[in-house]
Design a protein around this ligand. Structure first.
Ligand code: Z5A
Length: 210
Protein backbone atom coordinates (compact mmCIF):
# COMPACT_ATOMS: atom_id res chain seq x y z
CA UNK A 1 0.00 0.00 0.00
CA UNK A 2 1.45 3.39 -0.97
CA UNK A 3 -0.81 5.12 1.54
CA UNK A 4 -1.87 3.29 4.68
CA UNK A 5 -5.38 2.50 5.74
CA UNK A 6 -7.42 4.39 8.32
CA UNK A 7 -10.05 2.37 10.18
CA UNK A 8 -12.15 3.72 13.03
CA UNK A 9 -14.29 1.86 15.56
CA UNK A 10 -17.44 3.48 16.87
CA UNK A 11 -20.35 2.57 19.10
CA UNK A 12 -21.77 3.04 22.56
CA UNK A 13 -19.99 1.98 25.72
CA UNK A 14 -19.22 -1.68 26.21
CA UNK A 15 -19.78 -2.43 22.51
CA UNK A 16 -16.34 -4.10 22.46
CA UNK A 17 -14.32 -1.53 20.49
CA UNK A 18 -11.11 -1.84 22.53
CA UNK A 19 -11.30 -5.62 22.61
CA UNK A 20 -11.82 -5.93 18.85
CA UNK A 21 -9.12 -3.41 17.98
CA UNK A 22 -6.64 -5.49 20.00
CA UNK A 23 -7.74 -8.74 18.29
CA UNK A 24 -7.73 -7.21 14.82
CA UNK A 25 -4.29 -5.66 15.36
CA UNK A 26 -2.90 -9.08 16.37
CA UNK A 27 -4.48 -10.68 13.30
CA UNK A 28 -3.08 -8.04 10.92
CA UNK A 29 0.39 -8.16 12.49
CA UNK A 30 0.42 -11.92 11.95
CA UNK A 31 -0.06 -11.10 8.26
CA UNK A 32 3.05 -8.91 8.39
CA UNK A 33 1.22 -5.56 8.44
CA UNK A 34 2.36 -2.56 10.46
CA UNK A 35 -0.49 -1.51 12.71
CA UNK A 36 -0.96 1.56 14.88
CA UNK A 37 -3.54 1.37 17.70
CA UNK A 38 -4.94 4.71 18.85
CA UNK A 39 -7.76 6.02 20.98
CA UNK A 40 -9.78 9.20 21.24
CA UNK A 41 -9.72 11.40 23.09
CA UNK A 42 -6.00 10.79 23.58
CA UNK A 43 -3.22 9.19 21.58
CA UNK A 44 -0.67 12.00 22.10
CA UNK A 45 0.81 13.53 25.26
CA UNK A 46 -1.46 16.55 24.85
CA UNK A 47 -4.45 14.37 23.97
CA UNK A 48 -4.02 12.14 27.03
CA UNK A 49 -4.00 15.23 29.28
CA UNK A 50 -7.20 16.42 27.60
CA UNK A 51 -8.70 12.94 28.05
CA UNK A 52 -8.02 13.13 31.79
CA UNK A 53 -9.62 16.59 31.94
CA UNK A 54 -12.69 15.34 30.07
CA UNK A 55 -13.17 12.13 32.03
CA UNK A 56 -11.81 12.42 35.55
CA UNK A 57 -10.38 15.81 36.55
CA UNK A 58 -12.45 17.77 39.12
CA UNK A 59 -12.07 20.85 36.86
CA UNK A 60 -14.34 19.02 34.40
CA UNK A 61 -17.37 19.20 36.70
CA UNK A 62 -19.91 21.59 35.19
CA UNK A 63 -18.09 21.55 31.83
CA UNK A 64 -20.28 23.10 29.14
CA UNK A 65 -21.14 21.10 26.02
CA UNK A 66 -19.29 23.71 23.92
CA UNK A 67 -16.12 23.37 26.00
CA UNK A 68 -16.41 19.58 25.68
CA UNK A 69 -16.76 19.85 21.89
CA UNK A 70 -13.69 22.05 21.57
CA UNK A 71 -11.51 20.03 23.96
CA UNK A 72 -12.29 16.80 22.11
CA UNK A 73 -11.44 18.44 18.80
CA UNK A 74 -8.24 19.97 20.21
CA UNK A 75 -7.13 16.44 21.12
CA UNK A 76 -8.15 15.27 17.63
CA UNK A 77 -6.33 18.10 15.79
CA UNK A 78 -3.12 17.08 17.56
CA UNK A 79 -3.62 13.35 16.95
CA UNK A 80 -4.36 13.82 13.23
CA UNK A 81 -1.25 15.93 12.59
CA UNK A 82 1.22 14.38 15.03
CA UNK A 83 0.36 10.70 14.53
CA UNK A 84 -2.33 9.73 12.01
CA UNK A 85 -1.09 11.57 8.91
CA UNK A 86 2.57 10.51 9.34
CA UNK A 87 1.49 6.88 10.01
CA UNK A 88 -0.71 6.81 6.89
CA UNK A 89 2.07 8.39 4.83
CA UNK A 90 4.36 5.57 6.03
CA UNK A 91 1.85 2.97 4.80
CA UNK A 92 0.64 1.85 8.24
CA UNK A 93 -2.81 0.57 9.14
CA UNK A 94 -4.25 2.94 11.74
CA UNK A 95 -6.94 1.54 14.05
CA UNK A 96 -8.61 4.26 16.09
CA UNK A 97 -10.97 3.67 19.04
CA UNK A 98 -13.56 6.39 18.32
CA UNK A 99 -13.12 9.38 15.98
CA UNK A 100 -15.22 12.18 14.51
CA UNK A 101 -18.49 10.19 14.39
CA UNK A 102 -18.41 9.99 18.19
CA UNK A 103 -18.48 13.79 18.31
CA UNK A 104 -21.53 13.94 16.05
CA UNK A 105 -23.24 11.26 18.15
CA UNK A 106 -22.26 12.42 21.68
CA UNK A 107 -21.89 16.21 21.41
CA UNK A 108 -24.37 16.66 18.56
CA UNK A 109 -27.18 14.16 19.16
CA UNK A 110 -26.42 13.42 22.83
CA UNK A 111 -25.67 16.89 24.24
CA UNK A 112 -27.94 18.58 21.67
CA UNK A 113 -25.39 20.97 20.16
CA UNK A 114 -26.21 22.42 16.77
CA UNK A 115 -24.99 19.88 14.17
CA UNK A 116 -23.55 22.59 11.89
CA UNK A 117 -21.44 23.89 14.76
CA UNK A 118 -20.30 20.33 15.53
CA UNK A 119 -19.39 19.76 11.87
CA UNK A 120 -17.29 22.96 11.81
CA UNK A 121 -15.31 21.93 14.89
CA UNK A 122 -14.73 18.48 13.40
CA UNK A 123 -13.67 19.97 10.06
CA UNK A 124 -11.06 22.17 11.78
CA UNK A 125 -9.58 19.13 13.53
CA UNK A 126 -9.79 16.55 10.74
CA UNK A 127 -9.31 18.45 7.48
CA UNK A 128 -9.38 15.80 4.77
CA UNK A 129 -8.17 12.95 7.01
CA UNK A 130 -11.36 10.87 7.05
CA UNK A 131 -11.41 7.13 7.74
CA UNK A 132 -11.41 4.70 4.81
CA UNK A 133 -13.65 2.42 6.85
CA UNK A 134 -15.70 2.88 10.02
CA UNK A 135 -16.95 -0.16 11.91
CA UNK A 136 -19.98 0.74 14.01
CA UNK A 137 -20.40 -1.87 16.74
CA UNK A 138 -23.99 -1.97 17.93
CA UNK A 139 -25.24 -3.59 21.15
CA UNK A 140 -28.51 -3.47 23.05
CA UNK A 141 -28.70 -1.19 26.10
CA UNK A 142 -28.90 -4.33 28.27
CA UNK A 143 -25.66 -5.74 26.86
CA UNK A 144 -23.93 -2.37 27.13
CA UNK A 145 -24.91 -2.01 30.80
CA UNK A 146 -23.96 -5.59 31.67
CA UNK A 147 -20.51 -5.22 30.06
CA UNK A 148 -19.90 -1.85 31.69
CA UNK A 149 -20.75 -3.27 35.12
CA UNK A 150 -17.79 -5.64 34.82
CA UNK A 151 -15.46 -2.65 34.97
CA UNK A 152 -14.46 -0.71 38.07
CA UNK A 153 -14.99 3.06 38.39
CA UNK A 154 -16.97 5.55 36.33
CA UNK A 155 -16.14 8.74 34.45
CA UNK A 156 -17.94 12.04 33.75
CA UNK A 157 -19.60 10.72 30.56
CA UNK A 158 -21.08 7.76 32.41
CA UNK A 159 -22.91 10.13 34.76
CA UNK A 160 -25.34 10.93 31.91
CA UNK A 161 -28.70 9.19 32.08
CA UNK A 162 -30.24 6.54 29.79
CA UNK A 163 -32.01 9.19 27.67
CA UNK A 164 -28.61 10.66 26.75
CA UNK A 165 -27.30 7.25 25.66
CA UNK A 166 -30.48 6.57 23.69
CA UNK A 167 -29.93 9.84 21.75
CA UNK A 168 -26.27 8.88 21.16
CA UNK A 169 -27.38 5.51 19.80
CA UNK A 170 -29.87 7.06 17.38
CA UNK A 171 -27.16 9.54 16.39
CA UNK A 172 -24.90 6.66 15.37
CA UNK A 173 -27.75 5.04 13.46
CA UNK A 174 -28.31 8.31 11.55
CA UNK A 175 -24.60 8.54 10.69
CA UNK A 176 -24.55 4.96 9.37
CA UNK A 177 -27.64 5.71 7.30
CA UNK A 178 -26.05 8.84 5.76
CA UNK A 179 -22.65 7.23 5.01
CA UNK A 180 -23.36 3.66 3.89
CA UNK A 181 -20.12 3.41 1.87
CA UNK A 182 -17.81 4.27 4.74
CA UNK A 183 -19.74 3.05 7.79
CA UNK A 184 -20.43 -0.67 8.21
CA UNK A 185 -22.67 -1.82 11.03
CA UNK A 186 -21.53 -4.84 13.03
CA UNK A 187 -23.93 -6.67 15.36
CA UNK A 188 -21.78 -6.79 18.50
CA UNK A 189 -24.41 -8.57 20.62
CA UNK A 190 -23.09 -11.77 19.04
CA UNK A 191 -20.31 -13.88 20.62
CA UNK A 192 -16.83 -12.38 20.52
CA UNK A 193 -15.49 -14.79 17.86
CA UNK A 194 -18.45 -14.11 15.53
CA UNK A 195 -18.01 -10.36 15.85
CA UNK A 196 -14.24 -10.54 15.25
CA UNK A 197 -14.77 -12.78 12.19
CA UNK A 198 -17.25 -10.24 10.80
CA UNK A 199 -14.74 -7.42 11.39
CA UNK A 200 -11.89 -9.34 9.74
CA UNK A 201 -14.11 -10.01 6.72
CA UNK A 202 -14.90 -6.30 6.31
CA UNK A 203 -11.25 -5.35 6.65
CA UNK A 204 -10.12 -8.03 4.17
CA UNK A 205 -12.45 -6.52 1.57
CA UNK A 206 -11.02 -3.05 1.94
CA UNK A 207 -7.44 -4.34 2.04
CA UNK A 208 -7.96 -6.22 -1.21
CA UNK A 209 -9.08 -2.97 -2.85
CA UNK A 210 -6.23 -0.86 -1.39
N1 Z5A B 1 -16.35 10.86 23.54
C1 Z5A B 1 -17.19 11.87 23.14
O1 Z5A B 1 -18.12 12.24 23.87
N2 Z5A B 1 -16.99 12.46 21.94
C2 Z5A B 1 -15.97 12.12 21.13
O2 Z5A B 1 -15.81 12.70 20.04
C3 Z5A B 1 -15.10 11.06 21.55
C4 Z5A B 1 -15.33 10.45 22.76
C5 Z5A B 1 -13.96 10.65 20.67
C6 Z5A B 1 -14.32 7.79 25.97
O3 Z5A B 1 -14.42 6.84 26.95
C7 Z5A B 1 -15.51 8.71 26.20
O4 Z5A B 1 -15.36 9.86 25.40
C8 Z5A B 1 -16.78 8.04 25.79
C9 Z5A B 1 -17.41 8.97 24.75
C10 Z5A B 1 -16.60 10.22 24.83
N3 Z5A B 1 -17.56 7.92 26.94
N4 Z5A B 1 -18.69 7.47 26.97
N5 Z5A B 1 -19.71 7.10 27.13
P1 Z5A B 1 -13.65 5.47 26.96
O5 Z5A B 1 -12.63 5.42 25.87
O6 Z5A B 1 -13.19 5.22 28.36
O7 Z5A B 1 -14.84 4.47 26.80
P2 Z5A B 1 -15.56 3.90 25.56
O8 Z5A B 1 -14.98 4.41 24.29
O9 Z5A B 1 -17.00 4.13 25.76
O10 Z5A B 1 -15.16 2.38 25.59
P3 Z5A B 1 -15.56 1.25 26.61
O11 Z5A B 1 -16.69 1.60 27.50
O12 Z5A B 1 -14.28 0.86 27.28
O13 Z5A B 1 -16.17 0.17 25.71
P4 Z5A B 1 -15.57 -0.70 24.52
O14 Z5A B 1 -14.14 -0.38 24.25
O15 Z5A B 1 -16.50 -0.58 23.38
O16 Z5A B 1 -15.70 -2.18 25.09
P5 Z5A B 1 -14.54 -3.18 25.63
O17 Z5A B 1 -13.81 -2.54 26.76
O18 Z5A B 1 -13.79 -3.71 24.49
O19 Z5A B 1 -15.49 -4.36 26.14
C11 Z5A B 1 -16.22 -4.24 27.35
C12 Z5A B 1 -16.33 -5.64 27.99
O20 Z5A B 1 -17.18 -6.47 27.18
C13 Z5A B 1 -15.02 -6.39 28.11
O21 Z5A B 1 -15.06 -7.10 29.33
C14 Z5A B 1 -15.04 -7.35 26.92
O22 Z5A B 1 -14.29 -8.52 27.15
C15 Z5A B 1 -16.51 -7.66 26.80
N6 Z5A B 1 -16.96 -7.97 25.43
C16 Z5A B 1 -16.71 -7.26 24.31
N7 Z5A B 1 -17.30 -7.82 23.23
C17 Z5A B 1 -17.95 -8.92 23.69
C18 Z5A B 1 -18.76 -9.93 23.06
N8 Z5A B 1 -19.02 -9.92 21.75
N9 Z5A B 1 -19.28 -10.89 23.85
C19 Z5A B 1 -19.04 -10.90 25.17
N10 Z5A B 1 -18.28 -9.99 25.83
C20 Z5A B 1 -17.74 -9.03 25.10
Amino acid sequence: MSRGLFITFEGTEGAGKSTHIRLLAEHLRQQGRTVRELREPGGTLLGEEIRHLLKHHPAGHGMTAEAELLLINASRAQLVREVIRPALAAGEIVLCDRFADSTTAYQGHGRGLDLTLVESAIAAAVGNTWPDLTLLLTVSQTTSEARRKRRSGTDRFEESGPEFFARVESGFAAIAHSHPQRVKVIDADCPLETVQADIQRRVAVILSNA
